[in-house]
Write a protein that binds this ligand. Sequence first.
Ligand SMILES: *[C@@H]1O[C@H](CO)[C@@H](O)[C@H](O)[C@H]1NC(C)=O
Ligand SMILES: *[C@@H]1O[C@H](CO)[C@@H](O)[C@H](O)[C@H]1NC(C)=O
Ligand SMILES: *[C@@H]1O[C@H](CO)[C@@H](O)[C@H](O)[C@H]1NC(C)=O
Ligand SMILES: *[C@@H]1O[C@H](CO)[C@@H](O)[C@H](O)[C@H]1NC(C)=O
Ligand SMILES: *[C@@H]1O[C@H](CO)[C@@H](O)[C@H](O)[C@H]1NC(C)=O
Length: 953
Amino acid sequence: MLQKFIFISILSSFIFTHSSCAQCLHHQKSLLLQLKNELIFNSSISSKLVHWNQSDEWYGVECDAAGNVVSLQLDDEAISGGIGDSSSLFKLMHLQKLNLAYNKFNLSPISKGIRNLTYLTHLNLSFAGFGGQVPLELSFLRRLVSLDISNDDKTLKLERPNLEMVVRNLAGLRELYLDGLNVTSSHEREKWSHIISSHLPDLTGLSLRDCGLSGRLAKSFSQLHSIAVLRLDGNDLSTAVLDSFANFSSLTTLTLAYCNLKGSFPSMIFHIPTLEILDLSFNELLSGSIPPFTRNGSLNTIVLRFTNFLGSIPSSISNLETLSYVDLSKCRLSGTIPTTFANLTELRHLDLSYNFFSGSFSSTLFHSLSKLVALDLSCNQLEGPIPDSLFQLPSLEFLLLSKNLFNGTFRLDTIQSLVNLTELDLSGNNNVSVEVGNSNSSACALTFLEVLRLPSCNMNEFPGFIKHCDLIELDLSNNRISGEIPRWIWGSRLQRLDLSFNLLTGLQKPYNIPTSLQFIYLHSNELGGELHLPIPSNVGSRTSELSVLSLASNNFSGSIPISLCSATYLRILDLFINRLSGGIPSCLLENTVILRVIGLGQNNISGHIPDHFSSRCSLEYLDLNGNVLEGKIPKSLKSCNSLVVLNVGNNKINDVFPCMTSSSLRVLVLNLNRFHGEVRCRNSWWPRLQIIDISSNHFNGSLESINFSSWKAMTAMLLDNDTDLQGYYYLRGFGATSGVKLILKGVEEQFVKIWDEFNAVDFSCNSFHGEIPNAIGDLNSLHVLNFSHNALNGRIPKLFGKLSKLESLDLSKNQLSGSIPGEVAELTFLSFLNLSYNKLIGEIPKGRQFQTFSVDSFKGNPGLCGFPLNIACTGTSTDGSDQSPSEHENEEDKEIGWQYVSAALGYVVALGSIVWLLLFCRSFRKKYFDMIDEFVEDILRRRTTRRATMTRV
Ligand SMILES: *[C@@H]1O[C@H](CO)[C@@H](O)[C@H](O)[C@H]1NC(C)=O
Ligand SMILES: *[C@@H]1O[C@H](CO)[C@@H](O)[C@H](O)[C@H]1NC(C)=O
Ligand SMILES: *[C@@H]1O[C@H](CO)[C@@H](O)[C@H](O)[C@H]1NC(C)=O
Ligand SMILES: *[C@@H]1O[C@H](CO)[C@@H](O)[C@H](O)[C@H]1NC(C)=O
Ligand SMILES: *[C@@H]1O[C@H](CO)[C@@H](O)[C@H](O)[C@H]1NC(C)=O
């Protein structure tokens, strides 16, 4: 959250030079005016160019005593287009400093005319949008002391001249900044350190971020004694030995983020006395412990985010009195937070999130950090009460304490003294009780407050003081707030509102859903009455940005409001488990270009499913289970080629088998309807299918027509992840509020999640006849198979023995004959078996698993004998002929079996308990959904909005 881009602040430290140009020669001024005329720039953004000639103020221009222009600072002037070779710029022959950084030259090349500016000492063309080959002419500027042509995305190429030619010709360079350049020669990318250090031994600043460099560091590199700024982020330095950096006795900035550094980091580097900025972030394999610190007068920034630093923070950190920015997030640090932090009075930003810090911290710990702006301690194991002293830090803007073990009571009105507070997050501390306190002021004391997250805080009322605050995000989920949702909640900037898992009964009227709102979670409340959604259809030129609407598990009645269709950015619609009636609005299905999830299960929706799915349908999840829909599956649904789940079970649909063409299909549920005819599809190919439940319909025909072997997910042939499917991730956790009902182990269970590795086939209660095809034996990842209540005949295939993950097998009430194959008895995980009411004969095999089944599993087969039936087998065993070899095989099977018994048991237990937890445990469900929500929102955010990056350091 608090990830900062310190580079930006470093990079953008350009000086706004403005000098009166009274002494510039007339001739020079007219050249400047010509230049102004030649350049294309946005005069509403420009702050210098635009004023030239308006008075005699020549902003960004400096002339020398003789009246010649020597410095031109035109950075960030919104200049676009290009600068031609004959531009007046190149007639300003006396120029020594030229700065065109941060403009928008749209990949036009750096002009060859630059060769005329032979007096240039400082040239800054960074992030100006230049593209193509760096011109050879640049390397003629032999007086250059500082060269910055850093750029994004390798748009500029160092080919001819290559790196060596530039540094060889420009031996006077002290500062060389080439971030993001495409160094095209692989030899140069390998030998860069030698090339640079052998030609530029007096370098003071070097920046080569994202240049695709690799290779060992040359010996000569350690002789860059004057180097002060060294930035090598984003190159592969995994083979580099960094020890020699400790000799850089003037080093002030060292940044090595994303360098694939491995092993331990030389602790000497922490002790370089001049060091101010150290960034080693995003080197996941960099290990070691943070060394003790000696007194150092300069270190102000340490960034170790996402490294593998272990152990505790040395208490000697208080020696670093100048520290202002500390990011130790996502390391593996532990222990208590040293009390000596109290001495770091310059600290402005402290991020210790995602570590293993534990213990409670004293109320004086952060007491004296009066400059602290951001404090992130989320995701640790900190315990005890949240100290009051935190709420007395006057500059605090970000206070993130989520996912810890804090407890005790906390009075919310205390935060009103934090005048600049922008974000407060206490989520995931399940033993914190928030008391709203006395807060009925008439104005918002916290004018900057944007984000307030207080889920699971045992609150029973809305905090009144936020009434007048203009929030962007409010999370009060999983509290005990009852009554109506007050009208003021719908603030005009609100983007995310989560009031799920409360005891709310209604919405105070009238209210409007602001166009800014993207995420609404009101599920699991007691909201009732007609569902009324005042989504503004078009306010001025703004449409609703609503992306996720979750109202599941409430008591809403009435019909699905048409106003939903004006939310054209809606991706997830979750109305499960309400009392909605009426039909499905066809405009909703027309919106499936954007809409990914439609969850209307467990309502009272009637009529036909409109045949209005968009021809560019990207629907992933359609759940209409448990309504009273009739008619057919609409033809237009076939254009939904990303469909992952189709659940229309438990309705009154009267149709033939729908041959869906989506190759993403994972779940197909048609049970308890009036489907009929054969299951036969010519062009369907469901390699990802995991759950198919067509039970309790009127299907008939033979199973031979079904291409079981093409269900690759069940044959364990396909292990892929469609990470692109938003709906899929959503439904994995959430769609489950309705869920896929399956008869598992003889009991009707609601499935709450589509398990990555859970596969089930349920064809029960139909009229299938003929034999069970051998192809079933290919589905060796199957967990549940139910063919009961059909008219199947023939023998149970021996190939059932290959279904090694099978937990539940139901073949009851068919016409199956012959003996039970011994292979079935060897299925290690089988915990439910029903073969009753068939025509099976012979002795029940004596597999280990079979000893646990009762009479019920076998009854109704007059020809069966042996345990557990009370019928002794007379005569000899039916398959007695190959008894001994099979015994031998069984021994081997057992040995192999035991190797994965424990792993598999773990899986079974985990599966069972998570299902249980999701069904019955409110707090777990909450956490689980939070996780899914975060994930979904993360995906949605990345796609739909670009939030301004926090760069306030
Ligand atoms: C560059 O300098 C030469 C003389 O040295 C001059 O003839 C030419 O016009 C200059 N180019 C530009 C673009 O001003
Ligand atoms: C760098 O330049 C080479 C040669 O022109 C080109 O093949 C390569 O794609 C470029 N690399 C990037 C990342 O643009
Ligand atoms: C921290 O500050 C206290 C006084 O505020 C001082 O007594 C103590 O020596 C300091 N500790 C360090 C390690 O500087
Ligand atoms: C609050 O923020 C403003 C603007 O950033 C700043 O000027 C002011 O000093 C801050 N107040 C405190 C108490 O830090
Ligand atoms: C908070 O947790 C600590 C242990 O971490 C316990 O000693 C203390 O009693 C708890 N306080 C409350 C109010 O639950």
